[in-house]
Ligand binder design. Sequence first.
Ligand code: GLA
Length: 380
Amino acid sequence: MTAPLNDRLLSGFAAAFGGAPALVIRAPGRVNLIGEHTDYNDGFAMPMAIGQETRVAFRPAAGPLNVAALDFAEADSFDPAAPSRTGGWRDYVRGVVAQLVAAGITVPGGDLAIAGTIAKGTGLSSSASLEVAVARAMLEVTGQSWDAVRVALLAQRAECDFVGVRCGNLDQIASAATTSGHALLIDCRTLALRQIAMPDDVAVMIVQSGVVRGLVDGEYNRRREECERAARILGVGALRDADEPLLESARSSFDDLAFLRARHVITENRRTLDAAQALATGDLVRVGALMRESHASQHEDFGITVPFTHALAELMSEAIGPEGGARQTGGGFGGAVVGLMRKDRLAAVREAVLENYRTPAGARPEICEELPAAGAGLAT
Ligand code: GLA
């Protein structure tokens, strides 16, 4: 993975299929700044796209759809009119094609090469970026001009219906609809989007805890069920419709677990809206405080942190100081910690992390510094 991504993609395409693609589409990974496990509760989230991305190179032709996953040195070939499930990474591609077919689009066959820079299992949405890239490529060659949210929802359905993970819409919207230089406040129910300009002197650091998420789908789906149960107890359609006074007034109807799960989601929605407002006005002290509270809520109420991510988030928050903060990001049970800070804190925070944090394997963690990238589109 040393050659720049596009060179690797084009030489891999030529080696697998001969010649050159008709187009290359890029779709970024994302880091969620705040608003965790709120998307499937019809709530609010505020991710930004990152520089790590997936690219697909496509050349349409009659016949089967031939796919080369360059990073895994694996391949697939199927009839694009009737994709069936087969497992693993192939289902992300097949699932998107199946959804396009269900939407009445005749997906061509041809040659599709995939390469990317997002490590799997690190909480930065490699799968969503693959889905969005494939969807955009197929729409492009069939002359369809769907808006970004429609592309994202199709990609999300591919993951839910075909791959079988009951994810919300955060990851796919973040990959498809973000704008360079901006975080994105998503209303996951109405799908209203608000681009929030990132102040010029602010950057984001992502540190990999080294705990690769395990059994995450089971835990993820369980959290969803707990939230749905809490909404039923409160008599609302989704936890988005509840506030803290309603929750308190219904305390005696709750078992402890459902109460804590609901409290996380309800308070996280409020924090996300507040954080968007604070970021828009450049109030880093407030954004940082909200990120710390978000982390504590994931730790105490939602039960999705692990000791390594918890220690790392606390360490980073302390090193960042009052202007900014850190929290575990993504689905949980490991993965990455995100820190938001003034650019002039980056070096000191990096040093503190390298000095004081070791992964479960005893290694220094992977650290990257990110500015908000653009959402999916034709690669130039
Ligand atoms: C995963 C899911 C998203 C979202 C986050 C938690 O990334 O794919 O839909 O639920 O977890 O915020």
